[in-house]
Design a protein around this ligand. Structure first.
Ligand SMILES: *[C@@H]1O[C@H](CO)[C@@H](O)[C@H](O)[C@H]1NC(C)=O
Length: 206
């Protein structure tokens, strides 16, 4: 991939011979990209396309979110999924996702524990006071497209473990600071934390 992008960069520079400096710069960045992809090989993004994968051997991390364990079971960037992506997530006692929304469908299956789904409104200008909906082991719930929400392990003792299925990966999430933040002010997070190490190197503009 790095070689392809170096070639593309060279081709781009060749189209604009007056940009000799840009060409050198492109070579420099191609070198940097190569270094990044070498370190990427040791990152948590393993492009493993075997049919059956042992979940306990798959990359797992908290990706900067306290009390979270995330595994991408089947992902767009890691495994080439086109229509859906599936995660296994475990939240420690008291942990919550950020308040967020996305324009894809999302289905949860609660494998273990219990918690609270906080669901805001997409029809007001801001999420507003969320509904508090209890979720429990062996329950399933879906998040309406674009509804701001937060999953909270409201139990003080046990982990909450869920399977999450999203459509249209890779996910583009908008984060809210609080339930009164206008939808238009929510901040885009793309790629989502666990996709960062799996992103292909940026394409050169031609
Ligand atoms: C979840 O519900 C299904 C359908 O009733 C049942 O077969 C299964 O044993 C339940 N699993 C757990 C962990 O309670």
């Amino acid at each position: 991939m790095a070689i392809a992008s170096a070639a593309a960069a060279a081709a781009a520079a060749a189209c604009r011979p007056h940009l000799a400096g840009a060409f050198l710069l492109a070579i420099f960045f191609a070198g940097a990209a190569t270094a990044a992809s070498i370190s990427g090989a040791e990152s948590s993004c393993q492009r493993d396309n075997s049919v059956v994968k042992d979940i306990s051997q798959m990359p797992q991390g908290s990706y900067g979110l306290e009390g979270l364990s995330h595994v991408t079971l089947a992902g767009a960037l890691a495994h080439g999924m086109k229509e859906v992506e599936v995660w296994l997530q475990t939240f420690g006692p008291g942990q919550r996702t950020p308040i967020h929304r996305h324009s894809c469908e999302e289905v949860f299956v609660v494998l273990k524990g219990k918690g609270t789904l906080l669901l805001g409104s997409s029809s007001l200008k801001y999420p507003g006071q969320p509904q508090e909906i209890p979720v429990f082991q062996n329950s399933t719930f879906t998040i309406p497209v674009n509804d701001p929400h937060q999953v909270w392990n409201s139990d003080e003792h046990e982990d909450l473990q869920v399977i999450v299925v999203i459509s249209r990966p890779p996910i583009k999430v908008f984060f809210y600071d609080d339930w009164n933040m206008p939808h238009t002010a929510a901040k885009l997070q793309f790629p989502i934390f666990w996709d960062e190490e799996c992103l292909p190197s940026p394409k050169d503009e031609l």
